[in-house]
Design a protein around this ligand. Structure first.
Ligand SMILES: Nc1ncnc2c1ncn2[C@@H]1O[C@H](COP(=O)(O)OP(=O)(O)OP(=O)(O)O)[C@@H](O)[C@H]1O
Length: 239
């Protein structure tokens, strides 16, 4: 299968530690693909490599049919790779609306031009238009997603979006993510498996930098290989 994102034999080492060992991944246009695995599996390392903030020791990354392995993060962002970080990155002194408009303008040029779309994005969220410093952690998370969408990404990388959210914030986030248009392809790293299973079309499991399995949520839930990969490292995790 040719995909929007094609990762071949991707390897990242930190000294003698192999954080990611010859990983292959294919993600089709419009797909929601989750990467799960116990702590230290290499999930964030994979997102860093796809975003271009870290360089691989081996392997290749193709995005939209183009080899981007040697491109930096700004070039990849311009090609359509957007990212949500583990800690929401917003401008605290700007209003919610201006955060979205400025983020859009950075990618597409022209604050005024992006303002109508920023208003539309804001109205789709359950957050007020106030100085961003006054938003809760969960509201900032939603804001960061809107900021990424304002750049019209083709691929959205989500790094543990549910981390640290309250129950209410979690259900708001789930709603926002499930309503993302299929023009945006999603690569999600997440420990909350209820979110993963609700959202993902396919799931890839990593453990200690090694590929374990790829399948639908039902296949992954039923896989004894996946169960034992988790049990060895995170016995409390509910697969
Ligand atoms: N900058 C770094 N320097 C050295 N080792 C690193 C670095 N970044 C990650 N590692 C190591 O690489 C391995 C994979 O880390 P990574 O953060 O990708 O795992 P993860 O699956 O995202 O884990 P978690 O679920 O805990 O966030 C871990 O053993 C980690 O300690």
């Amino acid at each position: 299968m040719r995909g929007l994102l094609e990762v071949d034999a991707l390897t990242r080492r930190y000294g003698s530690l192999v954080a990611l060992d010859r990983i292959d991944l294919r993600i089709g246009e419009g797909e929601r693909h989750a990467v799960i695995g116990p702590n230290g599996a290499g999930k964030t390392t994979l997102l860093d490599l796809v975003a271009g903030v870290s360089r691989p020791n081996g392997g290749r990354i193709r995005f939209a049919g183009r080899d981007v392995t040697r491109l930096g993060p700004a070039r990849r962002a311009r090609l359509g790779v957007g990212r949500i970080h583990q800690r929401p990155a917003v401008w605290p002194s700007l209003s919610t609306l201006d955060n979205i408009a400025v983020a859009g303008a950075r990618h597409r040029g022209g604050y005024r031009r992006t303002l109508p779309e920023a208003r539309k994005l804001l109205s789709s969220l359950a957050i007020p238009d106030v100085t961003a410093a006054r938003l809760s952690h969960g509201q900032r998370r939603q804001l960061e997603i809107a900021m990424a969408l304002a750049g019209r990404p083709r691929l959205l990388l989500l790094d543990e979006p549910a981390a640290g959210l309250s129950a209410v914030e979690f259900s708001q986030l789930s709603a926002v993510l499930s309503e993302l248009p299929r023009t945006v392809t999603v690569l999600l790293v997440e420990h909350r498996l209820d979110l993963v299973y609700a959202l993902a079309d396919r799931v890839t499991v990593l453990r200690d930098g090694q590929y374990v399995a790829t399948g639908t949520p039902d296949e992954i839930r039923a896989s004894s290989t996946v169960q034992s990969a988790y049990a060895a490292r995170q016995p409390e995790a509910v697969i």
